[in-house]
Design a protein around this ligand. Structure first.
Ligand code: GDP
Length: 313
Protein backbone atom coordinates (compact mmCIF):
# COMPACT_ATOMS: atom_id res chain seq x y z
CA UNK A 1 0.00 0.00 0.00
CA UNK A 2 1.28 3.48 -0.90
CA UNK A 3 2.31 5.59 2.07
CA UNK A 4 -0.09 8.50 2.33
CA UNK A 5 0.36 12.06 3.56
CA UNK A 6 -2.84 13.57 4.93
CA UNK A 7 -3.17 17.37 4.64
CA UNK A 8 -5.77 19.12 6.81
CA UNK A 9 -7.32 22.18 5.20
CA UNK A 10 -6.16 20.65 1.93
CA UNK A 11 -8.96 22.34 -0.01
CA UNK A 12 -8.25 25.79 1.46
CA UNK A 13 -6.05 28.67 0.36
CA UNK A 14 -2.69 27.34 1.56
CA UNK A 15 -3.53 23.66 2.06
CA UNK A 16 -4.36 23.20 -1.62
CA UNK A 17 -0.91 24.52 -2.57
CA UNK A 18 0.72 22.12 -0.09
CA UNK A 19 -1.22 19.23 -1.68
CA UNK A 20 -0.04 20.31 -5.16
CA UNK A 21 3.58 20.68 -4.05
CA UNK A 22 3.64 17.29 -2.29
CA UNK A 23 2.12 15.58 -5.34
CA UNK A 24 4.71 17.29 -7.55
CA UNK A 25 7.36 15.80 -5.23
CA UNK A 26 5.89 12.33 -5.94
CA UNK A 27 3.87 11.77 -2.76
CA UNK A 28 0.51 10.11 -2.38
CA UNK A 29 -1.70 12.76 -0.75
CA UNK A 30 -5.15 12.65 0.84
CA UNK A 31 -7.01 15.90 1.47
CA UNK A 32 -10.33 14.96 3.04
CA UNK A 33 -12.74 17.76 3.88
CA UNK A 34 -16.07 18.28 5.56
CA UNK A 35 -18.37 16.55 6.29
CA UNK A 36 -16.41 13.26 6.43
CA UNK A 37 -13.42 15.02 7.99
CA UNK A 38 -14.63 17.86 10.21
CA UNK A 39 -11.86 18.91 12.57
CA UNK A 40 -14.37 20.27 15.08
CA UNK A 41 -15.95 16.79 15.29
CA UNK A 42 -13.59 14.33 17.02
CA UNK A 43 -15.59 11.31 15.84
CA UNK A 44 -15.23 12.17 12.14
CA UNK A 45 -11.54 12.97 12.63
CA UNK A 46 -10.79 9.62 14.30
CA UNK A 47 -12.84 7.70 11.75
CA UNK A 48 -11.15 9.26 8.70
CA UNK A 49 -7.65 8.87 10.15
CA UNK A 50 -8.33 5.16 10.76
CA UNK A 51 -9.47 4.75 7.15
CA UNK A 52 -6.66 6.79 5.50
CA UNK A 53 -3.91 5.52 7.87
CA UNK A 54 -1.44 8.30 6.93
CA UNK A 55 2.23 8.01 7.84
CA UNK A 56 2.50 11.83 7.82
CA UNK A 57 -0.05 14.49 8.73
CA UNK A 58 0.40 18.12 7.66
CA UNK A 59 -1.88 20.35 9.73
CA UNK A 60 -2.65 23.39 7.62
CA UNK A 61 -6.29 23.96 8.58
CA UNK A 62 -6.96 26.95 10.82
CA UNK A 63 -9.63 29.52 11.51
CA UNK A 64 -7.73 32.68 10.73
CA UNK A 65 -7.65 35.87 8.74
CA UNK A 66 -6.08 39.30 8.63
CA UNK A 67 -5.89 41.94 11.29
CA UNK A 68 -9.65 42.66 11.00
CA UNK A 69 -10.82 39.20 12.02
CA UNK A 70 -8.05 38.81 14.62
CA UNK A 71 -9.40 41.93 16.37
CA UNK A 72 -13.10 41.04 15.88
CA UNK A 73 -13.15 37.28 16.64
CA UNK A 74 -10.34 36.27 19.00
CA UNK A 75 -12.63 33.93 20.97
CA UNK A 76 -13.62 31.85 17.94
CA UNK A 77 -10.02 31.85 16.70
CA UNK A 78 -8.86 30.47 20.05
CA UNK A 79 -11.68 27.95 20.41
CA UNK A 80 -11.65 26.48 16.89
CA UNK A 81 -7.90 26.26 16.48
CA UNK A 82 -7.22 24.69 19.87
CA UNK A 83 -10.01 22.13 19.45
CA UNK A 84 -8.99 21.27 15.87
CA UNK A 85 -5.42 20.59 16.98
CA UNK A 86 -6.52 18.53 19.99
CA UNK A 87 -8.95 16.40 17.96
CA UNK A 88 -6.36 15.84 15.28
CA UNK A 89 -3.60 14.80 17.69
CA UNK A 90 -5.97 12.42 19.50
CA UNK A 91 -7.16 10.91 16.22
CA UNK A 92 -3.58 10.46 15.01
CA UNK A 93 -2.62 8.69 18.24
CA UNK A 94 -5.63 6.37 17.93
CA UNK A 95 -4.97 5.60 14.24
CA UNK A 96 -1.51 4.26 15.13
CA UNK A 97 -0.08 4.74 11.61
CA UNK A 98 1.47 8.22 11.97
CA UNK A 99 5.24 8.68 12.09
CA UNK A 100 5.51 12.41 11.31
CA UNK A 101 3.47 15.52 12.09
CA UNK A 102 4.00 18.83 10.33
CA UNK A 103 2.61 21.68 12.41
CA UNK A 104 2.12 24.64 10.10
CA UNK A 105 3.09 27.67 12.19
CA UNK A 106 2.89 31.39 11.66
CA UNK A 107 5.05 34.49 12.03
CA UNK A 108 2.17 35.75 14.24
CA UNK A 109 3.32 33.31 16.93
CA UNK A 110 6.55 35.29 17.44
CA UNK A 111 6.82 37.89 20.21
CA UNK A 112 5.37 41.26 19.21
CA UNK A 113 8.49 43.28 19.95
CA UNK A 114 11.51 41.62 18.35
CA UNK A 115 14.18 44.09 17.27
CA UNK A 116 15.15 43.31 13.67
CA UNK A 117 14.32 40.11 11.82
CA UNK A 118 12.67 37.32 13.79
CA UNK A 119 15.08 34.45 14.36
CA UNK A 120 13.94 30.97 15.43
CA UNK A 121 15.71 31.58 18.77
CA UNK A 122 13.27 34.47 19.49
CA UNK A 123 10.24 32.17 19.35
CA UNK A 124 9.70 31.87 23.12
CA UNK A 125 11.31 35.17 24.04
CA UNK A 126 8.35 37.37 24.90
CA UNK A 127 4.69 38.33 24.80
CA UNK A 128 2.75 38.25 21.55
CA UNK A 129 1.38 41.44 20.02
CA UNK A 130 -2.14 42.02 21.44
CA UNK A 131 -3.63 42.31 17.92
CA UNK A 132 -2.77 38.69 17.06
CA UNK A 133 -2.37 37.19 20.55
CA UNK A 134 -5.17 34.61 20.23
CA UNK A 135 -4.23 33.39 16.75
CA UNK A 136 -0.49 33.40 17.40
CA UNK A 137 -0.89 31.62 20.72
CA UNK A 138 -2.98 28.81 19.19
CA UNK A 139 0.03 28.07 16.96
CA UNK A 140 2.19 27.82 20.08
CA UNK A 141 -0.39 25.54 21.76
CA UNK A 142 -0.41 23.37 18.63
CA UNK A 143 3.36 23.04 18.68
CA UNK A 144 3.54 22.19 22.39
CA UNK A 145 0.70 19.67 21.93
CA UNK A 146 2.44 18.14 18.93
CA UNK A 147 5.67 17.74 20.87
CA UNK A 148 3.85 16.14 23.81
CA UNK A 149 2.08 13.60 21.59
CA UNK A 150 5.25 13.03 19.59
CA UNK A 151 7.20 12.20 22.74
CA UNK A 152 4.54 9.80 23.94
CA UNK A 153 3.87 8.15 20.56
CA UNK A 154 7.29 8.27 18.92
CA UNK A 155 6.56 10.69 16.07
CA UNK A 156 8.82 13.28 14.45
CA UNK A 157 7.46 16.85 14.56
CA UNK A 158 8.37 19.48 11.97
CA UNK A 159 7.37 23.11 12.44
CA UNK A 160 7.65 25.52 9.55
CA UNK A 161 6.88 29.10 10.67
CA UNK A 162 5.28 30.71 7.67
CA UNK A 163 5.27 34.44 7.03
CA UNK A 164 2.33 36.47 5.57
CA UNK A 165 1.02 34.63 2.51
CA UNK A 166 -0.76 35.80 -0.59
CA UNK A 167 -1.78 34.10 -3.83
CA UNK A 168 -4.63 32.61 -5.82
CA UNK A 169 -7.69 31.27 -3.94
CA UNK A 170 -7.16 33.66 -1.01
CA UNK A 171 -10.03 35.40 0.80
CA UNK A 172 -10.29 38.87 -0.72
CA UNK A 173 -13.20 40.42 1.20
CA UNK A 174 -12.25 43.26 3.56
CA UNK A 175 -13.43 41.67 6.83
CA UNK A 176 -11.35 38.49 6.66
CA UNK A 177 -8.56 39.22 4.23
CA UNK A 178 -4.90 39.80 4.92
CA UNK A 179 -3.48 43.02 3.57
CA UNK A 180 -2.15 41.77 0.20
CA UNK A 181 -5.48 40.22 -0.83
CA UNK A 182 -7.39 43.19 0.61
CA UNK A 183 -5.38 45.65 -1.44
CA UNK A 184 -5.62 43.55 -4.61
CA UNK A 185 -9.40 43.64 -4.37
CA UNK A 186 -9.54 47.33 -3.46
CA UNK A 187 -7.25 48.46 -6.27
CA UNK A 188 -8.56 46.05 -8.92
CA UNK A 189 -12.19 47.01 -8.13
CA UNK A 190 -11.35 50.73 -8.11
CA UNK A 191 -9.73 50.38 -11.53
CA UNK A 192 -12.76 48.49 -12.91
CA UNK A 193 -15.23 50.98 -11.40
CA UNK A 194 -13.14 54.09 -12.34
CA UNK A 195 -13.01 55.20 -8.69
CA UNK A 196 -10.75 58.20 -7.92
CA UNK A 197 -9.33 56.84 -4.64
CA UNK A 198 -8.58 53.74 -2.59
CA UNK A 199 -8.69 53.77 1.20
CA UNK A 200 -6.10 51.62 3.01
CA UNK A 201 -5.93 50.94 6.73
CA UNK A 202 -3.56 52.52 9.21
CA UNK A 203 -0.57 54.74 8.47
CA UNK A 204 1.13 52.66 5.76
CA UNK A 205 4.29 52.58 7.90
CA UNK A 206 4.19 48.97 9.23
CA UNK A 207 6.55 46.55 7.55
CA UNK A 208 5.57 43.03 6.53
CA UNK A 209 7.12 40.20 4.57
CA UNK A 210 5.05 38.77 1.71
CA UNK A 211 5.45 35.20 0.50
CA UNK A 212 3.70 33.73 -2.55
CA UNK A 213 1.60 30.74 -1.41
CA UNK A 214 3.05 28.41 -4.08
CA UNK A 215 6.59 29.19 -2.86
CA UNK A 216 5.60 28.59 0.77
CA UNK A 217 4.14 25.20 -0.19
CA UNK A 218 7.35 24.27 -2.00
CA UNK A 219 9.27 25.17 1.18
CA UNK A 220 7.04 22.83 3.21
CA UNK A 221 7.49 20.00 0.67
CA UNK A 222 11.27 20.46 0.86
CA UNK A 223 11.21 20.45 4.66
CA UNK A 224 9.44 17.06 4.57
CA UNK A 225 12.41 15.68 2.67
CA UNK A 226 14.64 16.46 5.67
CA UNK A 227 14.43 15.22 9.25
CA UNK A 228 14.82 18.77 10.59
CA UNK A 229 12.68 18.90 13.74
CA UNK A 230 13.21 22.41 15.13
CA UNK A 231 11.08 25.45 14.21
CA UNK A 232 12.13 26.69 10.77
CA UNK A 233 11.16 30.08 9.34
CA UNK A 234 9.87 30.06 5.78
CA UNK A 235 9.79 33.47 4.13
CA UNK A 236 11.61 35.80 1.79
CA UNK A 237 13.37 37.75 4.54
CA UNK A 238 12.42 40.91 2.61
CA UNK A 239 10.57 43.67 4.49
CA UNK A 240 8.08 45.78 2.53
CA UNK A 241 6.15 48.68 4.05
CA UNK A 242 2.38 48.69 3.60
CA UNK A 243 2.81 51.97 1.70
CA UNK A 244 5.22 50.29 -0.74
CA UNK A 245 2.81 47.34 -1.06
CA UNK A 246 -0.01 49.74 -1.93
CA UNK A 247 2.16 51.33 -4.63
CA UNK A 248 3.15 48.00 -6.19
CA UNK A 249 -0.48 46.82 -6.08
CA UNK A 250 -1.64 50.06 -7.74
CA UNK A 251 0.96 49.52 -10.48
CA UNK A 252 0.05 45.87 -11.05
CA UNK A 253 -3.70 46.61 -11.22
CA UNK A 254 -3.23 49.74 -13.34
CA UNK A 255 -4.89 52.00 -10.74
CA UNK A 256 -3.74 55.61 -11.14
CA UNK A 257 -5.92 57.42 -8.58
CA UNK A 258 -5.21 58.59 -5.00
CA UNK A 259 -4.23 56.36 -2.09
CA UNK A 260 -5.78 57.51 1.22
CA UNK A 261 -4.81 56.22 4.69
CA UNK A 262 -7.55 55.64 7.28
CA UNK A 263 -5.65 56.06 10.54
CA UNK A 264 -8.70 55.12 12.60
CA UNK A 265 -7.91 51.51 11.53
CA UNK A 266 -5.16 49.58 13.38
CA UNK A 267 -1.56 49.28 12.22
CA UNK A 268 -0.93 46.07 14.18
CA UNK A 269 2.67 44.99 14.78
CA UNK A 270 5.13 47.58 13.48
CA UNK A 271 7.48 45.10 11.88
CA UNK A 272 7.11 41.42 11.06
CA UNK A 273 9.96 40.00 8.97
CA UNK A 274 11.55 36.57 9.42
CA UNK A 275 15.25 35.83 9.52
CA UNK A 276 15.50 33.15 6.83
CA UNK A 277 19.18 32.29 7.09
CA UNK A 278 18.44 28.89 8.64
CA UNK A 279 15.89 28.13 5.91
CA UNK A 280 18.47 28.79 3.18
CA UNK A 281 20.92 26.49 4.91
CA UNK A 282 18.55 23.61 5.77
CA UNK A 283 16.48 23.63 2.57
CA UNK A 284 19.24 24.91 0.28
CA UNK A 285 16.52 26.99 -1.36
CA UNK A 286 14.85 30.36 -1.36
CA UNK A 287 11.45 31.46 -2.70
CA UNK A 288 11.82 32.25 -6.42
CA UNK A 289 8.73 34.47 -6.96
CA UNK A 290 9.25 38.25 -6.66
CA UNK A 291 6.53 40.31 -4.96
CA UNK A 292 5.59 41.99 -8.21
CA UNK A 293 5.40 38.67 -10.15
CA UNK A 294 3.37 37.00 -7.38
CA UNK A 295 0.99 39.94 -7.11
CA UNK A 296 0.53 39.90 -10.88
CA UNK A 297 -0.44 36.19 -10.83
CA UNK A 298 -2.82 36.84 -7.94
CA UNK A 299 -4.44 39.88 -9.60
CA UNK A 300 -4.92 37.90 -12.83
CA UNK A 301 -6.53 35.07 -10.87
CA UNK A 302 -8.74 37.47 -8.90
CA UNK A 303 -10.01 39.17 -12.07
CA UNK A 304 -10.63 35.84 -13.81
CA UNK A 305 -12.50 34.44 -10.78
CA UNK A 306 -13.95 37.63 -9.36
CA UNK A 307 -17.48 36.42 -8.72
CA UNK A 308 -16.44 33.29 -6.81
CA UNK A 309 -13.62 35.17 -5.03
CA UNK A 310 -15.97 37.95 -3.87
CA UNK A 311 -18.45 35.37 -2.57
CA UNK A 312 -15.83 33.71 -0.34
CA UNK A 313 -16.02 35.16 3.17
P1 GDP B 1 -1.10 41.28 10.31
O1 GDP B 1 0.14 41.01 9.50
O2 GDP B 1 -1.45 40.16 11.23
O3 GDP B 1 -1.05 42.60 11.02
O4 GDP B 1 -2.35 41.29 9.33
P2 GDP B 1 -2.75 41.98 7.94
O5 GDP B 1 -2.09 41.29 6.82
O6 GDP B 1 -4.25 41.97 7.94
O7 GDP B 1 -2.34 43.53 8.03
C1 GDP B 1 -1.08 44.05 7.85
C2 GDP B 1 -1.04 45.57 7.82
O8 GDP B 1 -1.71 46.04 6.65
C3 GDP B 1 -1.60 46.36 8.98
O9 GDP B 1 -0.64 47.35 9.30
C4 GDP B 1 -2.85 47.01 8.41
O10 GDP B 1 -3.13 48.27 9.01
C5 GDP B 1 -2.43 47.22 6.96
N1 GDP B 1 -3.55 47.36 6.03
C6 GDP B 1 -3.74 48.40 5.15
N2 GDP B 1 -4.89 48.25 4.48
C7 GDP B 1 -5.44 47.08 4.89
C8 GDP B 1 -6.65 46.39 4.52
O11 GDP B 1 -7.45 46.82 3.70
N3 GDP B 1 -6.85 45.18 5.15
C9 GDP B 1 -5.98 44.65 6.06
N4 GDP B 1 -6.25 43.47 6.64
N5 GDP B 1 -4.84 45.32 6.44
C10 GDP B 1 -4.59 46.50 5.86
Amino acid sequence: MALTILVTGGRGFFGRRIVEALRAHGHEVAAPGRPEFDLLDPVSVARTLKVVRPHTVVHSAAYYGGLGICVAEPARIFHDNVLMAAHLLDGMAAAGSVKRFVSIGSACAYPGAVAGDMNESDFWAGALHPSVEAYGFTKKVQLVGARAYARQHGWTVQCPQITNLYGEHDVFTEYRSHVAAALIKKFADAKLEHKPEVVCWGTGAPVREFLYSGDAAEGVARLLETDYAEPLNIGTGIGTSIKELSEVTARVTGFEGRIVWDTSKPDGVLRKVLDVSRMKQILNWQPPTSLEAGLKKTVDWYLANKEAADART
